[in-house]
Every structure is written in structure tokens, then in C-alpha cells.
Ligand binder design. Structure first.
Ligand SMILES: O=C(CO)[C@H](O)[C@H](O)COP(=O)(O)O
Length: 219
């Protein structure tokens, strides 16, 4: 199967995990887009969706799926999203699409986080993919210097502003031996909104599209 076929297979597998009559959290990116396409086939069985980005909200509406304000609900049974890298322990780097902060908020609320991905996303150690960090614009220089002190090489994502009006620094060269520790350290830098390490709250289930079928990993 091609990479796109693997993404679609993972998205199709995720549909089996969606309870009837619930609001569904929906991620951002090409794999999440496949999931939205699949979700539209069962839209009469769900009570709408919470979107992790403006792009996702637009796509959901385009498929006739109601977009629900996260603040109007007390609980979110399930969140489905893609990833840039994921380990067997289901820690991730996310944010390649720049939606990391809203993704982290939706993931925090969700009872179950289902990650859907092609097999190329499964890695032994996180860090080959540059780690996205969302930063308040006026703190850019300070945050970049602090990240350099931690051993990373921050690169400004040119011409990109997040849905929250902030910038992204993509951090290269980090040795991510302890993802939880690094996630915490980066978030403690003043001016950082959040970073793309999903280690403290990783996925609960990984549905990995393979050459033949899908593989499921559960924490
Ligand atoms: O974190 C994300 C967006 O912020 C995406 O989930 C991640 O970039 C994966 O994207 P794709 O499914 O297109 O490979």
C-alpha cells in the first residue's frame, strides 16, 4: 500500500472505535482529513465534532458535520488525530501542520486518544522530525536562545501564523531521551505557548496502516 492508502486504512479502522451518539474530537492534517471523509459516512450516528484547527472545522462543515464548541461540553469520549512521529510507548511529536496547541487542548479533554498513522511514523526514538514549538511573537528571540541552551537549533517557520496568532519555531537536533522531561522543560520557558511533544498525554491507541491491513498498539 502507498503511504496515502495506509493513512486511509488507519482512518477507516478508527471508525470502529467511535461510539454512537457522542461528540468526536477531530485532529488536523492529511490523515485526519481521511478520517473526516470516513466520519461523514456515519455522521447521522454522532452528535457533532470538536475541531483542533480552523482547517478541520471548515472540512467538517463541508461534509455536513456540525462543529461543536469545546466549551459547550463537559466531556469528550474520543479524539482521533494523526502524528509526525510516534513510539511503541505512544509518545509523539505533533504539530507539523502547526495545530499543536489546539490539538493538545482537545487531547487533554478527551477520554481516549486514538492516533492514526502510516507505518513510516513509527520510530524507535523521537527527534528526527523537528519539534514544533508555538511561541508568542514578541518572545521569539528569548525563546530561541533558551532552546539553544537546551541543545536545540530553532528555525522560524517562515510565513506561518497559527490559528492562535502565534509563530512556530521548528527545533532541530534535539536528543529526546526523556520526552516527558523535555516537554515540561520547554513549556516552562516564558513565551512558549506549548510544544509538540505529546508525552505526558500520549495516545491511548495507535492504529497503524501497514502494507497489508492495520496494526493496533494499545498502551
Ligand atoms: O500534528 C499534526 C498537525 O499539527 C498532524 O497530525 C501531523 O502533522 C501529521 O500530519 P499528516 O497526517 O498530514 O502526516
Amino acid at each position: 500500500m502507498t503511504q496515502d492508502e495506509q493513512k486511509r486504512a488507519a482512518a477507516q479502522a478508527a471508525i470502529q472505535h467511535i461510539p454512537t451518539g457522542c461528540v468526536v474530537g477531530v485532529g488536523t492534517g492529511s490523515t485526519a482529513n481521511y478520517f473526516i471523509d470516513e466520519l461523514s459516512n456515519i455522521k447521522h450516528k454522532i452528535d457533532g465534532a470538536v475541531a483542533s484547527s480552523e482547517a478541520t472545522a471548515q472540512r467538517l462543515r463541508g461534509h455536513g458535520i456540525e462543529v461543536i464548541d469545546l466549551n459547550s461540553i463537559d466531556a469528550l469520549p474520543v479524539y482521533v488525530d494523526g502524528t509526525d512521529e510516534i513510539t511503541e510507548h505512544l509518545a509523539m511529536i505533533k504539530g507539523g501542520g502547526g495545530a499543536l496547541t489546539r490539538e493538545k487542548i482537545v487531547a487533554a479533554v478527551a477520554k481516549k486518544f486514538i492516533c492514526i498513522a502510516d507505518q513510516g511514523k513509527l520510530v524507535p526514538v523521537l527527534g528526527k522530525f523537528p519539534l514544533p514549538v508555538e511561541v508568542i511573537p514578541m518572545a521569539r528571540g528569548y525563546v530561541a536562545r533558551e532552546i539553544t541552551r537546551l541543545g536545540g537549533e530553532p528555525v522560524l517557520r517562515q510565513g506561518f501564523i497559527t490559528d492562535n496568532g502565534n509563530i512556530i519555531l521548528d527545533v532541530h537536533g534535539l536528543q529526546i531521551l526523556n520526552p516527558v522531561e523535555l516537554e515540561t522543560a520547554l513549556n516552562q520557558i516564558t513565551g512558549v505557548v506549548t510544544n509538540g511533544l505529546f508525552a505526558k498525554r500520549g495516545a491511548d491507541v495507535l492504529l497503524l496502516g501497514l502494507d497489508t491491513g492495520t496494526r493496533t498498539i494499545v498502551t
